[in-house]
Unconditional design. Sequence first.
Length: 472
Amino acid sequence: MQSACRFAVMAVVAAALAGSPPAVAQTLKDGRAAPASPAQVQLSFAPIVRSVAGSVVNVYGARIERNSRMAQMDEFFRRFFGQGGPGMAPERIQRSLGSGVIVDDSGLVVTNHHVIADMTEVKVALHDRREVEAEIILRDPRTDLAVLRLKGKGTYKAIELGDPDSLQVGDLVLAIGNPFGVGQTVTQGIVSGLARTNVGLTDYGYFIQTDAAINPGNSGGALVDMAGRLVGINAAIYSQSGGSVGIGFAIPSNMVKAVLASAKAGAKTMQRPYLGASLQKVSPDIAEGLGIDPPAGALVASVRRDGPAEKAGLRTGDVITEVDGHPVDDPDAFGWRFVLKGVSGEASVVVNRRGKRQALAIRLAPPPEVPPRDPVEPKGRNPFAGATLVNLSPAVSDEMHVDQQDGIIISAIEEGSTADRLGFQKGDVIVQINGEQVETTRRFESLIRGGARNWEVSIRRGGQVLTTVFGG
């Protein structure tokens, strides 16, 4: 019944095209065209799929979790009975399944970070059914991208990277991946939206939205254009049921290029340039006060002393409107364009300064680690036992995803420790101890030395300052 209906619809479309006015057959100025004949309606995507299928792989991750209590009991049974206890399972294997794309002939594969997050073993199944072990050479949760290196010998077919900036809403695209583990699957759709910055999936949201069906297991797979070029890495779907509802998001391939460059340079995470300024959205009220219409751009809220922004001449109150000729609608769009530049050379920005257009050149460099981390690990009877604290710097702030760039921060917490039981978290900034300001880790050590009957501790978490009193 469905096939008959489909052929009937195709016949109606073909008949309509056969009698359609000449305007349908016209090619648009940018090269796009509508079908001009019944033969064109029956065109296939198969040649595109054949050209790229060998570059899309399945990614399998695994992590062995050992239950210490079960391990001790298992050892007891081995000692006294020569075997493991009945039903003992001291090891639990956690697995993940996703997709990936070969982006370099040497065997480099890009996938989503959430596919291999916390995984210790990764295998890749190639299109020709070969299974190859892979090494994770770069993890970057902030972009939700990771780079793997295939260990097996052989030849690999890399996909060509396209230019997502050339995409337009309405362009045809194909999504290729391994949904639900059923095997390589191709779905077709259009570009539904571009530069989606309010999705909340990564720190650098600038997603391609598509209605091509994307389901669990598609993560890390390819979004390709009609020339067979990679324009995005499929990352997520909007769904209340867990299945595709026609709203999928892909990370544009120009971010893939930036992450790949960091991996080839030997970095374990993506190298990001340091701006040395904080930005905020231009609200309608701010736009009216500054005489900006429409309300768009990234408002410079503050400029850090001796940072690249200050040295370039950026001032508080400037509104950044362009980066290298690309328009900036909000701080997310600026962050996206800026981070793509890497950590060498310059970025050309245009600002609106009191109604006048001004061009500036910002020197690109990684965030400095000044002051040094100088880590401390408190021992003894104090609320911080089991935590590691370091000095904040632009580098640590970038690594820990916090806006504050001075003071001290908890960089790690031992599970089950005093600090963990009391509710401290990684990323907490220590503001005060017993009413005394904490500027450095050495100052922190002096404040906890000797203990105390009670500890009044103020921390900054999620933009709020929280104060709690603990018993000594």
